[in-house]
Design a protein around this ligand. Structure first.
Ligand code: 13P
Length: 260
């Protein structure tokens, strides 16, 4: 499938790491190393408390800010939750939805993830919808079934004309934080499956435009091979995004052979 229309999205998911002071100096240093790339998008998803303090530096650097989670209601008695109105107010263009840690540690259901995706789209915040199978599901040959179920719950109900309004992140649970990366071939197969699903649910133009990120032990030494796959449009990086030189190298991936 043609990939030329999709701007690579290189995303740092900081999870519950780094102080505000560390984050400010990270962004300054990252900008010093990578500048403001024109041919790829740089995204950082820090903890909620860092969104406001980082807003100006992120805008000045030309990087995109993302929240790591959201609630789907505008406001209400939801102690500890943050709404999309609040997230949007901080200058976030993106929000991560349904990360595997939300699903598996905090018990988020497929249905909640669908509500969050729909609410993000209503608020004009681009949802990065995370999907991915567990190791026992892969070994049982259920990968596509799991991805289909998660896509159906997360994305089926939304209406989408502009492919830039949605990002999907394929993050096999067994590759997150384990040092075990999916092989470029395994990742490509899953990404191609997701793109076919998008073509069936929406249309070919939408499917060709939606960016599908790979996440799970992305490192400076495997990013180039992953990004060489025709349906891998970026990376969602955890551990290796916490060191500025390592994330800068990931941002500066080189795509040697790209079919299509
Ligand atoms: P690691 O890069 O640490 O495996 O984490 C991946 C991830 O969960 C990104 O969202």
């Amino acid at each position: 499938m043609s990939t030329n229309v999709r701007t690579p999205l290189m995303a740092a998911n900081w999870k519950m790491h780094l102080s505000v002071a560390e984050a400010v100096s990270f962004i300054a240093k990252l900008h010093e190393i990578v500048g403001t790339p024109q041919d790829r998008e740089v995204l950082i998803a820090p903890p909620f408390t860092h969104l406001w303090p980082l807003r100006e530096a992120m805008t000045a650097a030309g990087f995109s800010l993302s929240a790591q989670n959201c609630h789907w209601e505008r406001q209400g008695a939801f102690t500890g939750e943050v709404s999309l109105t609040m997230i949007q107010e901080t200058g976030c263009r993106y929000v991560i939805v349904g990360h595997s840690e939300r699903r598996h540690i905090f018990g988020e259901s497929d249905a909640w993830i669908g509500l969050k995706t729909a609410a993000a789209l209503v608020h004009g915040v681009v949802p990065i919808v995370c999907i991915g199978e567990k190791i026992e599901e892969r070994e049982a040959g259920l990968t596509e079934e799991v991805l289909r179920r998660q896509l159906t719950a997360g994305v089926e109900g939304v209406s989408l004309q502009d492919p830039n309004r949605l990002v999907i992140a394929y993050e096999p649970v067994w590759a997150i934080g384990t040092g075990k990366t999916a092989t470029p071939q395994q990742a490509q197969e899953a990404h191609a499956f997701v793109r076919q699903w998008l073509a069936k649910r929406f249309d070919k133009a939408v499917a060709n435009g939606v960016r599908i990120l790979y996440g799970g032990s992305v490192k400076p030494d495997n990013v180039d091979d992953l990004m060489a796959q025709p349906d891998i449009d970026g990376a969602l990086v955890g551990g290796a995004s916490l060191q500025v030189t390592s994330f800068a190298r990931i941002v500066q991936f080189t795509r040697s052979v790209k079919n299509g």
